[in-house]
Write a protein that binds this ligand. Structure first.
Ligand code: TGC
Ligand code: FAD
Length: 390
């Protein structure tokens, strides 16, 4: 049974509007009803529950921060963050499905798409009638996407796309893929590649120990004829996908707090109930230390997120601001998951508690959307003006 009520030690709720709290409570209820009762089974069975896509659309989880004009939610970034936080409290893989759709598929179409592309794709992506994915990473180019090999040639009346992407969330089930590829001059552009185009396939990646309820796959392009009207006209260069990542990484900074809260909540309950040496284990100082540190770190991360949300709303957030929060909060959540696992003792490795699932999920979250160390180097670049990546 999902008894979670939220973590708000510093009355951070006072910083939220009534609308923020309403949105959070509607998504919290959604997670209690539609995700928490089933997630352990889905994850154990490596099952992506495709029916969740329509349900996410109905509850407004797809593109809440996208302008309302084409079906987005028209909400601010704090609302978006709260939605990601609540979904990831349920499961990081479920949050992946929602954040890829909103920040990595709807965002680029909304920012860089033509009027026709917006009309064709955004309402269906928002409602969950369509699922999308985002193809940047390649087998040989993960942290360094600028080296990508996927390319397209101008054939007069269409483009010819070749190459492959790897580790793509949602790809096996996606109706449309936002694919980043180089033209003949080596300039990166976004192309909308649709399911069913000849030469395009999206095989699933199996045997993951992490994000087991999310479907991950490849994108393979073998002489795919892409209509010219499927090129995103509004922006080219690596800056275009990196702008999308700013939005998605922001959502992850909030999502990680959700996963951390769930681990903390479960550990606190368990510590109060589990008797050893004739006392609840919560009586022991070492357990109290773990719980106190968890609450401290969650509270710090909540404040970080709230202020980052304000900066996003004001258009003042930089990539480095976002890197700091994504890096800090995901590492914090992973540490809390590990400590919570200790508090649960042997029970912590079972599916009776959410801990091990969160812990394994967070091993992906700490790597995708820029690894822990890449975000450190983004901050190092900001501090010194020297890019240490290359
Ligand atoms: P760099 O030289 O720094 O930048 C290239 C060009 O982009 C411009 N730029 C930006 N523009 C807009 N917004 C931003 N945030 C921007 N950041 C950079 C920059 O000004 C430059 O423009 P120009 O005109 O001079 O060309 O690029 P670099 O090649 O040195 O790379 C920097 C680095 C390493 C930080 C970057 O490549 C990086 O972030 N790497 C990590 C890759 C990554 O995060 N991949 C994520 C893939 S998607 C994913 O994981 C989804 S998981 C989703 C889920 O399931 O939830
Ligand atoms: P690498 O880049 O090979 O890095 C390996 C190690 O080397 C890391 O520790 C890294 O920090 C370190 N390293 C690399 N360069 C440097 C450097 N200059 N200095 C110091 N250390 C360095 N991608 C998408 O495009 N779309 C998706 O939807 C998507 N979903 C994903 C879902 C899952 C489950 C996973 C696991 C990944 C997903 N990714 C996606 C890919 C993800 O973004 C990449 O895994 C990530 O960017 C790292 O790339 P890589 O795995 O190739 O690791």
């Amino acid at each position: 049974q999902d008894l979670f009520e939220g973590v708000d030690f510093y009355q951070i709720d006072d910083l939220l509007t009534e609308e923020h709290k309403l949105i959070r409570s509607s998504i919290r209820n959604f997670v209690k009803k539609e995700i928490s009762p089933y997630i352990e089974d889905w994850a154990q069975n490596a099952h992506f529950p495709y029916e969740i896509v329509k349900k996410f659309g109905d509850v407004g989880a797809f593109g809440p921060q996208i302008p309302a004009e084409y079906g987005g939610g028209g909400l601010d970034y704090i609302s978006y963050g709260l939605i990601m936080q609540e979904i990831e409290r349920g499961d990081s893989g479920m949050r992946s499905t929602a954040s890829v759709q909103g920040s990595l598929v709807m965002f680029p179409i909304s920012k860089f798409g033509s009027e026709e592309q917006k009309k064709k794709f955004l309402p269906k992506l928002a409602s969950g009638e369509m699922l999308g994915c985002f193809g940047l990473t390649e087998p040989d180019h993960g942290s360094n996407p600028s080296g990508m090999k996927t390319n397209f040639k101008d054939m007069g009346d269409h483009y010819l796309l070749n190459g492959a992407k790897m580790w793509i969330s949602n790809s096996p089930k996606a109706d449309v893929a936002v694919v980043w590829a180089k033209n003949e001059e080596g300039r990166i552009h976004g192309l909308l590649v649709e399911r069913g185009m000849a030469g395009f396939s999206a095989p699933e990646t199996h045997n993951k120990w992490s994000l087991r309820a999310s479907c991950t796959g490849e994108l393979v392009f073998d002489n795919v004829k892409v209509p010219k009207e499927n090129l995103l006209p509004g922006k080219s260069g690596l800056g275009a996908p990196l702008m999308c990542l700013d939005s998605a990484r922001f959502g992850i900074a909030w999502g990680a707090v959700g996963a951390a809260m769930d681990c903390y909540d479960s550990a606190r309950r368990y510590a109060m109930e589990r008797i050893q040496f004739d006392k609840p284990i919560a009586s022991f100082q070492l357990i109290q230390k773990k719980l106190s540190e968890m609450l401290t770190e969650i509270t710090k991360a909540q404040l970080l997120n709230w202020k980052l949300g304000k900066l996003m709303n004001e258009g003042k957030a930089t990539t480095a601001h976002i890197s700091l929060a994504k890096r800090n909060n995901v590492a914090m959540a992973l540490e809390i998951a590990r400590e919570a696992r200790q508090i649960h003792g042997g029970m912590g490795i079972t599916g009776d508690y959410p801990i091990m699932r969160h812990m394994m999920n967070l091993e992906s979250v700490v790597t995708y959307e820029g690894t822990h160390d890449i975000h450190l180097l983004i901050l190092g670049h900001e501090i010194t003006g020297i890019a240490a990546f290359k």
